[in-house]
Ligand binder design. Structure first.
Ligand code: ZN
Length: 640
């Protein structure tokens, strides 16, 4: 395997087969315990959701496909279609992460049970295959392996994105092995990967590229990981087969080919490429991942950190007219955060950490109903729309990624190198850094509190550079205090502030991060704006879901002001956290704005149109006509 060195020669090396060096590495989920706050709450809701599922029901279609009697009725939704099986993969991953997060043996029991069942089914098959969608093995062996390939966006020889499903199952087995030490999971994963190798290896390059026209998820990520777990290079070779040249070569050449492309088909290809870069060292793969990340984050994303309308990327920096109930599929953000994790380990970039915060607080946390734990598919940015929570037993892709999203918060609060500790996110938690004999308790109500306090307990005094994130939104500065004494901060927002000292038990590091109100503008319309408060997207609470006024074209008020500093027209609402009321600005009415993640079962708007009096007088008729046209389209497409 060819590998070339990277510019990052000073970084740290892993003990694994990675050939590149890293700036920072994550901790294990077992090293970080969440403390009271919105993320612990979201995790606890997800514990209930995960324990509510019946493994035998998730396994049912695998039994049917193996010609055996299932032990329970299968689930509905996409589990009743040709994508059957993907949810079991997500479930294995989510339970593996949740086992590490909580230490609750009930998750381990479920993982061990499912792996045993899959192992038995694979044994009965004899060739290594495991699958839940109809005729999968037959179609692959008799058609695809022989080069008889009929493919388009989501269809490979009549099967709905089969490699997408295989990826999820393989990822679940990987996680059961890596996170829960289930050796059998590794064996099942190897045999199944071997079967896939037998299908794709005989194909010539043209046939492979034809096959890859159909969505294939991030399947090469799992083959790359399998190489890392086994040191067997054949899996890295297999990973490199799943490389769609037309798309990935364009990114390597620095071309934004995203417009018109399906997001969740394509983001995982870059996650896979990132992992292959780490194991094979091809710098052009890294560049493609970084280029893609920058395009999505800075040219195709909304203020929440979400991207896409009706699942597809549009033209770069054209978002104004792409607001609706089909905006920002949750899987896209799940995958962008996975990609961000790779990028952060390479460079320790504060821009990546800031995006992570934006998407975590304003998309991921916002996708979960804070009462029953149900999650959304698309997180609607429709002006006057609402969050549509899914039936957890009617499976979709976003139910699957939703199971994982709320199982792994502890993985992205801290990162480290040999002698540096990154405070990546402000989330109440306890870190046990075993190699250093160090425990850190981060106490904060953030974002209810505008700062955080970290308390150190050290077996021995530890020389360490603690890197405190100074968010790009913190335009009023940041204060950093060690044992009550302020440290001079020389950096600008959008950086890490480094505090280097010998840390000892009882040391206290305080970070004060004053929030301020600001507008973020649509790239293609500076008069269509969102209101931010520190890291938080504020949404206007417009009324109940059944609000009869919601059909009124002016249901979403316009904001009538010349002043682009929202602190001039937003007043804090007493007794309500991070909540503001517009003052004589909303027309036809003022509106209460609160953190988007806290809103559920209400109609809201994240974006607002800003006018001054003369502009309104000139455009009122045209604006209302446009709103009426949109309202009519919505009524005509109610079943979208
Ligand atoms: Zn999805």
């Amino acid at each position: 395997m060819q590998s070339c060195s990277t510019s990052n020669e000073t970084g740290i090396r892993t003990e694994g087969p990675e050939v590149v060096s890293f700036s920072a590495l994550p901790f294990s989920l077992t090293d970080v315990k969440l403390l009271e706050g919105p993320f612990l709450h979201a995790t606890e809701l997800n514990v209930n959701t995960l324990l509510g599922y019946k493994p035998d029901r998730l396994l049912a279609k695998f039994y049917i496909e193996a010609g055996m009697k299932p032990k329970a009725e299968h689930y509905m939704g996409w589990e009743n279609e040709m994508l059957a099986g993907h949810s079991l993969g997500h479930y294995l991953s989510a339970c593996s992460m949740m086992y590490q997060t909580t230490g609750d043996d009930r998750f381990l029991e479920r993982i061990n049970y499912i792996v045993e069942e899959l192992g038995s089914l694979q044994e009965a098959d004899g060739d290594g295959y495991i699958g839940a969608f109809t005729n999968g093995k037959k179609i692959f062996e008799e058609e695809v392996a022989k080069g008889n390939i009929r493919s388009q966006g989501f269809d490979l020889n009549g099967i709905w994105s089969p490699f997408y499903t295989h990826h999820k199952v393989l990822a679940g087995l990987r996680d059961a092995y890596q996170l829960c030490g289930n050796q059998k999971a590794l064996e099942v994963e190897k045999r199944f990967s071997g079967w896939i190798e037998g299908i794709v290896t005989p194909l010539n390059d043209g046939q492979v590229q034809n096959m890859l026209r159909c969505e294939y998820g991030g399947i090469s990520e799992t083959f790359a990981d399998l190489y890392a777990d086994t040191n067997d290079e054949k899996y890295l070779t297999l990973a490199e087969i799943f490389y769609q040249k037309s798309f990935l070569d364009s990114l390597k050449a620095g071309k934004d080919v995203l417009p018109g492309k399906h997001a969740n088909t394509n983001i995982p290809k870059l996650i896979a490429l990132s992992r292959i870069y780490e194991l094979a060292g091809d710098v052009s793969s890294r560049k493609a991942s970084e280029f893609f990340w920058d395009r999505v984050v800075n040219h195709h994303s909304y203020v929440t950190g979400g991207n896409c309308n009706n699942e597809y990327f549009g033209p770069a920096d054209k978002l104004r007219n792409r607001l609706g109930e089909g905006t920002t599929e949750s899987c896209n953000v799940y995958n962008m955060l996975k990609l961000s994790e790779h990028l952060f380990t390479w460079e320790g970039s504060p821009e990546v950490a800031d995006f992570y915060e934006r998407a975590l607080f304003n998309h991921i946390l916002a996708t979960q109903n804070p009462v029953n734990g149900h999650v959304v598919y698309n997180l609607s940015l429709d002006m006057g729309g609402f969050k549509e929570f899914q039936d957890p037993e009617w499976f979709t892709c976003c139910i699957g990624t939703g199971m994982e999203n709320h199982s792994k918060y502890g993985r992205n609060i801290y990162y480290h190198s040999d002698n540096e500790l990154y405070i990546f996110q402000y989330i109440a938690s306890e870190l046990a850094w075993k190699d250093k004999g160090l425990k850190i308790v981060q106490r904060t109500d953030y974002p209810g509190e505008q700062g955080s306090t970290l308390e150190f307990t050290c077996e021995n005094p530890a020389s360490l550079a603690v890197k405190v994130r100074y968010p790009s939104w913190a335009e009023n500065g940041i204060e950093v205090l060690v044992n009550g004494k302020g440290k001079r901060v020389r950096q600008d927002p959008g950086s890490f502030v480094t505090i280097e000292r010998k840390w000892k038990t009882g040391d206290i590091l305080e970070v004060k991060l004053p929030f301020s109100l600001r507008l973020e503008l649509m790239p293609d319309d500076s008069s269509r704006v969102a209101v931010m408060y520190g890291p938080l997207v504020l949404a206007g609470d417009l009324g109940p879901l059944t609000d009869s006024a919601s059909k009124d074209p002016m249901y979403v008020p316009v904001l009538m002001t010349e002043n682009r500093d929202p602190s001039a027209w937003l007043m804090p609402v007493e007794g309500k956290l991070n909540t503001f009321m517009t003052v004589k600005t909303g027309r036809p009415r003022d509106v209460e704005m609160k953190p988007f993640y806290t809103i559920y079962d209400r109609r809201y708007s994240v974006y607002w149109d800003l006018f001054n009096e003369s502009g309104w007088n000139a455009r009122e008729a045209e604006y209302k006509a446009e709103l009426e046209r949109i309202t009519k389209i919505k009524e005509a497409t109610i079943d979208f």
